[in-house]
Write a protein that binds this ligand. Structure first.
Ligand SMILES: [Zn+2]
Length: 420
């Protein structure tokens, strides 16, 4: 197993294989021209899924600009010197069977010689992977760079009349981090659906989910599910500043029902969030007090909360084996529990203070996966916010030491100072 020479990407993307075989013993040319003046243009075909079609259009836009030739998406692959497959189609499924089992939104970049034609495949199992493959190909083989969101000044698109590739080019990229959310610095591609260079968050890690699980209807039907604070059941339509009664069995049943509906609607989703709301508002009812005082020292807020998460996770696991239940170790639930979390519970740990690195490692002793939530916009300092090596070390530590599958960063900032 080797890694791509591009170290900036090596944390997020584990390169499983990279084979570019060249035989010096045989004088045979192991390369071919993807595009060259005077040669027939390559034919670009797309998978059926809308994100694959977007990726194909994006690819054609850049290849046209690079080569100075007009390249468009075609609906036929026949009789072409070179066929470029963006996304999954019949040819890709037949000749790259690995595509069906690629991890998450990983992808292949692969040349295949078939009959008299060369084929270049840029595709993954899931639809958005085609866009990631297109961007990596354009970056590594054509020199395109995206710096900030501006089509005139924010990108570098070199002019290359001829693009030559190894006939045996074969790259498989699989992400270590299956969730890579960037909150605040949004550099969209033209269809405004995906961000450039593969940030991707599915909203289920580090999310204040309680406000969706327990909403208007639940408050009307079951006010007793909501936290008793100052003698009153608490609920606001705005989702923060209140919690649920974590010892009412009805809240567990409701959360399990919600998870069941979620996984039926999203069978490929690896995780569901059970994150608490921002702020306080924890229940003061007699049953909650009894639980808190059932141990010495009394349960912390964190323990009260994860006691409930464990109960939900045990039930979710009965119907949805292999799916994660995610909850946040955040603010007043930051400190680790004295008890083990269920094997299907992952926590998303927020990092604000230095002491929280140690806290995250302590969490790992009670649960299988500790995911990362960072605030890369920083605070209390003025300066350029460009620290790729520190960010790389942080992500590698999360992956190696904490079993992290997700990194969310709040990084809203200024493109001029904070850069790509
Ligand atoms: Zn209560």
């Amino acid at each position: 197993m080797t890694r791509m020479p591009n170290h900036r990407c090596s944390i997020l993307w584990m390169l499983v294989t990279y084979i570019a075989v060249s035989s010096s013993a045989i004088a045979e040319d192991k390369t071919f021209q993807l595009i060259a003046p005077g040669s027939a243009l390559p034919r670009v075909v797309s998978g059926d899924r809308p994100l694959e079609q977007d990726a194909a259009r994006d690819f054609c836009h850049y290849l046209s600009k690079i080569s100075g030739q007009k390249i468009t998406v075609s609906d036929k692959a026949e009789n072409a010197r070179v066929v470029i497959h963006i996304g999954r189609d019949t040819f890709v499924d037949r000749h790259v069977p690995k595509i069906a089992t690629i991890r998450a939104d990983g992808y292949v970049i692969r040349c295949i010689e078939h009959g008299d034609n060369m084929h270049l495949v840029l595709a993954g199992k899931v639809d958005r992977a085609a866009q990631w493959a297109v961007e990596r190909f354009l970056g590594q083989h054509c020199g395109v760079r995206w710096l900030f969101p501006d089509r005139v000044h924010g990108e570098v698109v070199p002019e290359r009349k001829t693009i030559t590739l190894d006939r045996d080019l074969q790259v498989l990229v699989e992400p270590d981090f299956i969730n890579r959310a960037n909150c605040g610095m949004y550099f969209f591609g033209p269809p405004h659906k995906l961000l450039r260079l593969a940030p991707y968050g599915d909203g289920q890690y580090g999310n204040h989910a309680i406000q969706h699980i327990f909403s208007t209807k639940q408050f009307q039907d079951h006010p007793e599910w909501f936290a008793l604070v100052g003698g009153k059941r608490q609920w606001w339509s705005y989702g923060n500043g209140w919690q649920i009664c974590t010892t009412h069995p009805g809240t567990v049943e409701r959360a399990v029902q919600y998870a069941d509906e979620f996984f039926r609607a999203h069978p490929d989703a690896p995780v569901i969030s059970m994150g608490q709301n921002d702020g306080n508002g924890w229940c003061e009812c007699e049953r909650c007090k009894k639980l808190i005082n059932s141990v010495t020292p009394p349960y912390s807020l964190s323990e009260r909360w994860f006691h409930w998460v464990n109960r939900v996770a045990r039930e979710v696991n009965k119907k949805h084996k292999g799916k994660w239940v995610e909850a946040m170790a955040y603010a007043n639930t930051s400190s680790p529990t004295r008890f083990q979390l269920e094997p299907n519970v992952a926590v998303t740990k927020t990092f604000v203070l230095d002491s929280e690195f140690k806290q995250a490692e302590q969490w790992k002793t009670v649960c299988r996966s500790v995911n990362l939530y960072s605030y890369m916009y920083g605070g209390s300092f003025l300066g350029f916010r460009h620290y790729p090596h520190a960010a790389q070390q942080f992500l590698k530590w999360g992956h190696d030491k904490l079993g992290a599958l997700s990194h969310i960063t709040e990084c809203g900032g200024d493109w001029t100072f904070d850069g790509p």
